[in-house]
Design a protein around this ligand. Structure first.
Ligand code: SF4
Ligand code: SF4
Length: 296
């Protein structure tokens, strides 16, 4: 079941078709074509769970498929940024590339962005566009800060005699990009099962808040990064996705709500309190949201 309502800036919900017909407020919160684009992006035409749906928390995907929910159209703008990036690349491929093909197997389906000669002379590269935040990029690139001695010591105060330090960036940390890696590896498997060998997997990640100071504070100094994705064993990827698909299928068939999303899937509760579209239909999410409100 796709989202059926928009949440207006004042907090009230309105059926999407009513909003598109006529806004009851003194002025629309966005231009009508933008609202139409947001509505279109929510109108999913694929019934079976896709690779990206399976990568999300099972409870979140279950609720999105079974319940009526409202989305804030302003928050959905990020999703249409991603679609816009695909649109500007349309018709820019050539005979050495394939693009935007949906492939499926008995578990799920996924649409890869690009395959072929897209970054060097190898015609076997799988590529994916992402539009993301500087925070996600910093973590995906494995950037972290360490304290480095300056050679000086504190001369007064509680820390007198102790060495002074300054923060320095390091770029060899753990790369937090497992979801991206599983997604691309699944596309790789789907392609290879059809005889298209994949030699490399790369993500072109565009930073949507690159011009803000917060991006520089996270060591994000370029608007776009190419991020290499390592191969994960076919067996592991297939087992992981099959297990998630099974859990979702069982919950849908029996009509029971799956356990709460895993800690990583719910971004340590940050998603529940601020970003999950189905939070109002999830008892755990409602509890997290209420406690966050009390603290604020
Ligand atoms: S245009 Fe914005 S404010 Fe008006 S009904 Fe739609 S969502 Fe609400
Ligand atoms: S509110 Fe949190 S736990 Fe509930 S579906 Fe959303 S992400 Fe999952």
């Amino acid at each position: 079941m796709p989202a059926t309502k928009f949440t207006c800036p004042g907090g009230n919900d309105i059926p999407i078709f009513q909003c598109l017909n006529s806004c009851p407020n003194s002025q629309r919160c966005m231009f009508l074509p933008t609202l139409r684009a947001v509505a279109e992006s929510l109108d999913r035409k694929i019934a079976e769970p896709t690779v990206t749906e399976l990568l999300a928390g099972t409870r979140e995907t279950y609720l999105k498929k079974t319940s009526d929910y409202a989305v804030d159209p302003v928050q959905q703008l990020y999703a249409i940024h991603g679609s816009a990036v695909h649109t500007i690349h349309e018709d820019k491929t050539d005979g050495n590339m394939l693009s935007e093909e949906r492939l499926s197997d008995e578990v799920t389906s996924g649409k890869f962005d690009l395959y072929g000669q897209i970054i060097d002379l190898s015609d076997k590269t799988l590529g994916d566009y992402k539009v993301t935040s500087s925070y996600k990029l910093m973590r995906a690139l494995g950037y972290y800060k360490v304290d480095v001695p300056t050679g000086e010591v504190y001369k007064t105060g509680l820390r007198k005699g102790q060495p002074k330090t300054k923060k320095e960036w390091r770029t060899d940390g753990v790369r937090h990009l497992l979801d991206w890696a599983i997604q691309l590896n699944y596309y790789r498997i789907l392609l290879e099962e059809r005889g298209f060998k994949v030699d490399r997997m790369e993500i072109q990640a565009m930073c949507r808040d690159y011009s803000l100071r917060i991006a520089a504070e996270r060591n994000i100094t370029k608007p776009v990064y190419i991020i290499h994705i390592n191969k994960i064993s076919d067996h592991w990827v297939k087992c992981y996705m099959a297990a998630k698909a099974k859990k979702l299928k069982e919950a849908l068939a029996n009509g029971y709500m799956p356990p709460i999303c895993r800690t990583k899937e719910r971004w340590h509760n940050r998603k529940c309190s601020d970003y999950c579209a189905v939070v109002d239909n999830c008892p755990y999410g409602r509890m997290v949201k209420q406690s966050a409100k009390k603290v604020a």
